[in-house]
Design a protein around this ligand. Structure first.
Ligand SMILES: Nc1nc2c(ncn2[C@@H]2O[C@H](COP(=O)(O)OP(=O)(O)OP(=O)(O)O)[C@@H](O)[C@H]2O)c(=O)[nH]1
Ligand SMILES: [Mg+2]
Length: 444
């Protein structure tokens, strides 16, 4: 990982634009820029209007290290967004000794120079990817470091634990077990419950980031695919009056009030001799298993007892899910129905009641979000690392209960510290870094 050279890239999206921004970062950034500008100095953090390499007129800004994004001297040139100008300027600086930056390399340098930790670098990528207000909020809160602070607190507590134990080690010749193990275990259990809470927040955090999975299930022909189409406002799934039309699962996302739902239309659930259909039905059950919200569609022209029977059979699959009973085809039904809180009446065909259904889903999500207002875990890599931290701490706990000698317990503690360090990047490998930064675009 070379870091002592000067890198260059266009930081605005590829293509023609009103303006384009070229970024130079590294020890020679200022000199390289000045070589091609019509001015002979750039005042730090001041916009200077100048000619750039006889190609264009634009604005140059010089950022002084270390208080800038990459933590090293940086110059940004805003020029006209012509493809020709962009390419010609890049060429100019490459000929002048700069190296084309790889994807995410500016942010990688920010990390390597200690400007941000690894979890914040990942938040930068999330922020760039964010398309909904919720995704934006999650990324911003991770970027601003509320989460990093929480991790730091945990790390300090772990270090404290380790040093308490090591103190005990120093005195072990004298056979004192003075580091009050009661105190140790209290500290440990506080830490463990903290970790459990963070791990628990992942389900919600991840769902908010990627879209909350909503499975649409029910008997054949009740209008599941029609409901999907009505929800997303598009003829996404094939609809027909032949039962068993949908054979595979179909996914479509839709954002309501800033919250993204990932709808999964499934094959109608029934006893069938058709092998392919049965595979589809198995997938339907699987979709219901992995969903947060299950929309069970009931056709109001059919007896309610049918759906009730199904729901009883699906009981195991539906455990822990939020279930909404969607009574469909209400346009064919004139008499009223006894409704309760978990029921929504719709006509997928006419689009009637679909707004109510969306509202009911939003209510479910908002209710869950309230329970989890603090820092939320959204990143799979962090989730896995924290799971390992939790596991090591469980070993510590077991070790202390079993009265294991301090040096053995300390091994597990150090392992916990190690896994925690992988989140922020205090310990990391080139593989991890390259997999994280390859997600970025060039120029970031
Ligand atoms: N009148 C009326 N017909 C509907 C409504 N919703 C769906 N249908 C009709 O019911 C039939 C089945 O609709 P689909 O959406 O394909 O049903 P499905 O549950 O996806 O069926 P499978 O994929 O076979 O399991 C079609 O003829 C739809 O036009 C509704 O609200 N009112
Ligand atoms: Mg269907």
């Amino acid at each position: 990982m070379r870091q002592n050279d000067t890198i260059v890239a266009i930081s605005t999206p590829p293509g023609v634009g009103g303006i384009a921004v070229l970024r130079l970062s590294g020890p020679d950034a200022l000199q390289m820029a000045l070589n091609h500008l019509s001015v002979d100095r750039l005042e730090p953090r001041r916009a200077t209007y100048c000619r750039i390499g006889n190609l264009d007129d634009g604005i140059a800004i010089y950022y002084v290290a270390p208080n800038c994004y990459t933590g090293e001297p940086t110059v940004e040139l805003s020029c006209h967004g012509s493809l020709y100008v962009q390419q010609a300027l890049l060429q100019l600086f490459v000929d002048g000794g700069a190296r084309l930056a790889t994807a995410g390399e500016f942010t990688l340098r920010a990390f390597l120079n200690g400007r941000i930790d690894l979890s914040q670098a990942e938040a930068v990528a999330d922020l760039i990817d964010a398309v909904t207000p919720v995704q934006h909020r999650l990324a911003v809160s991770q970027l601003r470091g509320g989460y990093a602070k929480e991790l730091e607190t945990m790390r300090r507590q772990l270090v404290e634990l380790t040093s308490l134990l090591e103190l005990e080690l120093d005195f072990s010749q004298e056979d004192v077990e003075f580091a009050d193990r009661h105190e140790l275990r209290q500290l440990l259990s506080r830490l463990m419950s903290h970790i459990t809470r963070l791990l628990d927040s992942f389900r919600m955090g991840n769902a908010l980031k990627r879209g909350i999975p909503v499975a649409i299930v029910g008997r054949p022909n009740v209008g599941k695919s029609s409901l999907l189409n009505a929800l997303v406002g598009d003829d996404r799934a094939i609809v027909s009056d032949v039962p068993g039309t949908t054979r595979d699962t179909i996914e479509e996302t839709f954002t309501v009030d800033g919250i993204t739902f990932r709808f999964i239309d499934t094959a109608g659930i029934r006893q069938s001799d058709d092998l392919v259909e049965n595979m589809g039905i198995e997938r339907a059950k699987q979709a219901a298993r992995t969903a947060d919200i299950v929309l069970y569609v009931h056709d109001v022209t059919r007896p309610m007892s049918e759906s009730e029977g199904d729901l009883n059979n699906l009981c195991g699959v539906l455990q822990g899910k939020k279930l909404l009973l969607v009574c469909n085809k209400t346009d064919l039904q004139t008499r009223g129905m006894a409704m309760n809180d978990n029921m929504v009446a719709v006509s997928a065909k006419l689009g009637r009641g679909v707004g109510d259904l969306k509202q009911a889903m939003l209510d479910i999500v908002r209710h869950d979000m309230k329970e989890d207002e603090r820092v939320m875990l959204t990143n799979v890599r962090h989730y896995e690392a924290l799971q390992r931290v939790g596991e090591s701490l469980r070993h510590v706990d077991e070790g202390m209960m079993a009265g294991l000698p301090a040096d053995l317990v300390a091994v597990d503690l150090r392992e916990a510290l190690y896994h925690l360090g992988t989140i922020t990047g205090q310990v990391t490998s080139e593989d991890v870094l390259s997999s994280i930064f390859s997600r970025f675009c060039v120029g970031k």
